[in-house]
Design a protein around this ligand. Structure first.
Ligand code: SAH
Ligand code: SF4
Length: 348
């Protein structure tokens, strides 16, 4: 069975071309784009500023959704909502909505599984299955925004921190962000996106060259080559020194603050030695450190750092004048850690 192309995989120019080829005015693309990204239509039929014949043609030629919702979970405190989405090929991905700090943040996925193999990560434990297309990435954001609009609300932020390594699917991820940022449609400000990467140095360099207003987060997790090697296999290919060089260059060129993520694992990377090594590594760099208590996963023995030890670690950073906060764990009761719900479904 051939499956129809997904409408969200088409750029604005592609859609102009589509209409032109059918002898229709190019402004139809603008109307369709408004229908998809401003009115958040879920089918062509809903886009009533287009003539019926055109809408019927679009329904015949395109799919207006890539996913079926398999499951949705709400955390007990109501702050976090997680949806498990199933693609046409059976692939499962997760998208999370977090409501706190007066923000509504969507956490979206860029791949099914991930090939980077970080030892503590549920998605890494699945291995790499496939890249998501730009349209599949876009649709995750649209789905959340549709839910919020029903409650008279809107998304304020998008973090690319769900399943997968965004810089291992660079073109599709950046095309999705570009579409969502487009003023003719969804018009979501560049500064409201954050992309998190495990540290693919050549892609960080490319990202720096583009000098966009997007926020960049780096999954650091260890401040010495030896320890980072143990936790993140990619560190063998792109060593810590090269990564830090790319980070410093990024801040210098874009003049934007960078974020470092650090999942605290008891007795592994929560020691005072690591805290001091981290402070030294990032000294003088315009950055912020996000400490995240580890979400335990089935495939990794490590445990979460105790709160007193988290505070000690934080104190060392603060004493060294480093901006750092502990990200409160939300939605732990709904496996809101990256990849955890999808893994659980696969194992059923
Ligand atoms: N692949 C990208 C983005 C997705 S992961 C990256 O690695 O940056 C988003 C963040 O969650 C990363 O910082 C990642 O290291 C972290 N993470 C993964 N598994 C975790 C776990 N079990 N507990 C806490 N944080 C985890
Ligand atoms: Fe992939 Fe990020 Fe998980 Fe590492 S932490 S395995 S890069 S999703």
């Amino acid at each position: 069975m051939t499956i129809k192309p997904l409408i969200f995989d088409r750029s604005f120019e592609d859609l102009e071309h589509y209409f032109e080829q059918r002898g229709k005015p190019a402004y139809r693309a603008r109307q369709l784009w408004e229908g998809l990204y401003q009115s958040l239509a879920t089918s062509a039929i809903e886009i009533t500023n287009l003539p019926l014949k055109l809408r019927e043609g679009l329904e015949t030629d395109f799919r207006f959704s890539a996913f079926q919702e398999q499951d949705q979970l709400q955390s007990r405190d109501g702050s976090t909502q997680k949806s498990l989405l199933k693609a046409h090929d059976g692939s499962l991905i997760e998208v999370v909505l977090m409501r706190y700090d007066r923000r509504r943040t969507a956490c979206i996925s860029t791949q099914v599984g991930c090939g980077m193999g970080c030892v503590f990560c549920a998605t890494g434990q699945m291995g790499f299955i496939r890249n998501l297309s730009r349209g599949e990435i876009i649709e995750q954001v649209l789905r959340i925004e549709r839910d919020l609009v029903e409650q008279d609300n809107h998304l304020t932020n998008v973090v690319v921190m769900g399943m997968g390594e965004p810089f291992h699917n660079y073109a599709e991820t950046m095309a999705a962000i570009e579409t969502l940022n487009d003023g003719r449609g969804f018009n979501f400000g560049a500064r409201r996106f954050t992309i998190s990467t495990v540290g693919l140095v050549p892609m960080i360099e490319r990202f720096t060259e583009q000098n966009l207003q997007l926020n960049l987060a780096i999954s650091l997790h260890a401040a010495t080559q030896e320890l980072r090697d143990q936790l993140l296999p990619i560190n063998a290919r792109y060593p810590l020194g090269e990564l830090m060089h790319a980070c410093r260059r990024h801040v210098r060129i874009t003049k934007r603050r960078i974020t470092f993520e650090w999942a605290l694992i008891e007795g592994v990377n929560d020691t005072l030695e690591q805290a001091h090594a981290l402070a030294e590594l990032i000294t003088g760099l315009n950055c912020h450190v996000n400490l995240i208590p580890l979400n335990p996963t089935g495939g990794y023995q490590g445990q979460q750092t105790r709160p007193e030890v988290v505070d000690q670690f934080l104190d060392v950073l603060h004493q060294q004048g480093i901006s750092a906060t502990v990200r409160v764990r939300r939605g732990v009761d709904i496996q809101a850690g990256c990849g955890q719900l999808a893994t659980e479904h696969q194992n059923r």
